[in-house]
Ligand binder design. Structure first.
Ligand SMILES: *Cc1c(COP(=O)(O)O)cnc(C)c1O
Length: 303
């Protein structure tokens, strides 16, 4: 390695370590009680989901073999997209390989340097990165502060404004005020994008999240959900009107230029989704556990 490169890596390491931010991994053990993961309903371990994945692999193979627009879009992907769209009350849904890729793909496909993006300060890193990649002018408003958002929106002269927020915030676990975001966005002719990675499968009457069937695509035109958290598999989707989904299919580079999700994962996800829809008791139990934990830990009830 050249000396300049060695120095660069050494400096970065020293800086991280001095500021106590050096990250380490641990091999997860199976005999522990996990309070850190996102498998909120235990579906990654559900025997029915595991069997659907095994059956999916036997039927379709271990991988999709190509990107969606070439020959990797199989009937099982199509079925999953249809199920996700109707679950969230949207016209269509589009599968992505991960939530990170969905967010950078949506922002890069919709925004350019003439777009103004307004993000909550605590939004997920993939939304921050997507905005940077798009080249849009990006502003961040104070966490859950729609007054701050409104003042930024009213000062913007951009014809294309996009408001972006996590649904359930991944850092603090609090929930966006969707109603206030919808009102602010509509007042300023902005589109609203909500990334409900942590709400999907957990919140809402049918488990479709804090936006899902509560808010239509008129109010929240762009809804992102992930499959690797409560649904227990991996991947993500964007749900919205056909016009939006067509646009993403054409222009989202992280959709077009990547191998489709393994079909067995789509099969497992369809099963997990059916369980979420047919067995609300898993959500009920999760909520009871959350309430119990908060009570015993002396925490206030969740917002
Ligand atoms: C976890 C998370 C993502 C990333 O999803 P992956 O499928 O793990 O890439 C995106 N947005 C939010 C808010 C998340 O919490």
């Amino acid at each position: 390695m050249s000396e300049a490169w060695q120095q660069r890596l050494a400096d970065a390491r020293a800086n991280r370590q001095q500021t106590q931010r050096w990250r380490t991994r641990q091999v997860a053990k199976s005999n522990i009680l996990d309070f850190a993961g996102n498998d909120y309903l235990g579906l990654s371990q559900d025997p029915r989901v595991c069997e659907a994945q095994a059956a999916g692999a036997r039927r379709y193979g271990a991988g999709a073999g190509a990107s969606h627009l070439v020959s990797g879009h199989l009937e099982i992907h199509d079925a999953l997209e249809g199920a996700l769209a109707s679950w969230t009350g949207r016209e269509r849904a589009l599968l992505f390989s991960t939530g990170y890729m969905a967010n950078i793909g949506v922002l890069q496909a919709l925004a350019d340097r003439h777009t103004a993006i307004f993000q909550d300060r605590l939004n997920h890193a993939s939304l921050i990165d997507g905005a940077a990649l798009s080249g849009a002018r990006s502003r961040r408003f104070h966490h859950r502060d729609t007054d701050d958002l409104e003042s930024l929106l009213s000062r913007s002269e951009s014809t294309h404004k996009l408001v972006v927020s996590d649904g359930v915030f991944s850092m603090d676990g609090d929930i966006a005020d969707i109603e206030a975001l919808v009102t602010a966005a509509q007042r300023h002719n902005a589109w609203l994008m909500v990334d409900d990675a942590h709400g999907i499968g957990v919140l809402g009457d049918n488990g479709s999240g804090c936006v899902g069937s509560n808010w239509s695509s008129v109010d929240v035109p762009i809804l992102v959900g992930t499959l690797g958290k409560a649904l227990g598999t991996v991947g993500a989707f964007v749900a919205g009107d056909a016009e939006l989904i067509d646009h993403l299919t054409q222009f989202s580079r992280s959709y077009v230029y990547t191998t489709a999700q393994p079909p067995a994962i789509a099969a497992a996800t369809l099963k997990a989704l059916a369980i979420v829809q047919e067995e609300p008791e898993h959500r009920t139990r999760l909520n009871a556990n959350i309430a119990y934990f908060r009570r015993e830990a002396g925490l206030r009830a969740a917002a």
